[in-house]
Design a protein around this ligand. Sequence first.
Ligand SMILES: Nc1ncnc2c1ncn2[C@@H]1O[C@H](COP(=O)(O)OP(=O)(O)OP(=O)(O)O)[C@@H](O)[C@H]1O
Ligand SMILES: [Mg+2]
Length: 352
Amino acid sequence: MVTKRFQCPSCREIASFSGSAGEQVIVTCPSCLHQGKIVFPAEDTASYAIEVSHLKKVYGNLVAVNDISFNVKKGEIFAFLGPNGAGKTTTVEMIESIREPTAGTVKLLGEDTKTSFDKIKEQISILPQEFHSFERLTVRETLEYFSKLYKKQADIDGIITALNLQSYEKMLYRNLSGGLKQRVGVALSLVNEPDIVFLDEPTTGLDPKARREVWQVVANLRQQGKTVFLTTHYMEEAEFLADHIAIIYKGRIIAEGSLDDLITTYGRGSVLHIQGCTSSEALVILKDEGYDARSEGNGTIAVTITYKDRVLDVLSTLRHEAIDYESIEIRRSNLEEVFLELTGSKLQEAEA
Ligand SMILES: Nc1ncnc2c1ncn2[C@@H]1O[C@H](COP(=O)(O)OP(=O)(O)OP(=O)(O)O)[C@@H](O)[C@H]1O
Ligand SMILES: [Mg+2]
């Protein structure tokens, strides 16, 4: 059996269907009942590090993870992006065999984790969301301690150099800054030379500079050929790091693809932001002229731009109508807008 995710051309709902490799079937969208033909591809599981199929977790009355399916290719950084409580940790811990799924299957490196986890457990590593280490060990001692838990002999010097921890290797863990503690956490996730690294919100709570340093470390993991499964609620983190992004919201995957795929499918193209607009009529005038304009509050008007010359058209309309403004800015659609389009709220609001 092959599972294929299919995006409904009518309502954009993503649903998974199972069938035989190469089979052609008519499927019905579970959301809007639109019917379409799909062909199941020939199976190419060898290129997948992680295969998740119809995974579900129910806690009492709460369906925390609701029938999700996705694959992660070997060697890619896969970002699992979603607000607080979306189901990220529950999913990642089911994949890591820490929590038992209510339903569904997980394969890591082709092995079903329910029956064969022992075969692959040394090939994965985990940086949990609430990571802490021994307060009174130095960075080097910490790495040496954890490396002894595995059969493989870790190259501690290589890891210290790769994570740029040379200046801190004699410092006690408790004296490190938050960013350095997270870097040590990522370093620890390398002591068993894993093929797949799971990082559950590795930069939460860090200041922007420390966050960027951790990003660099994670980007380097890709260069080393590792597969990285990263959960995050930072849009910029997924934009900066990920080859492939799945957005999880209320236990369901609501969109999936590369950054470009997501922006092309759900974004609004480029948006012209007119800031400090003094005229209360401006929005009405622009709409009357046929522009896709909306107020963003505080005197800012956003106009969707489908092709470059439209910017000049908008500005000449404003001049013609003697509408004054302080500044303009043109921004390409980003993940924040994709999330807004899909859920009707900003990611930060969804977390409130
Ligand atoms: N052991 C548990 N028992 C009951 N409910 C749980 C349990 N673990 C998680 N939940 C609930 O399941 C939902 C998903 O939680 P989860 O921790 O997976 O989300 P998350 O996306 O990782 O959030 P965060 O960004 O805050 O880490 C939440 O509503 C949470 O309260
Ligand atoms: Mg979590």
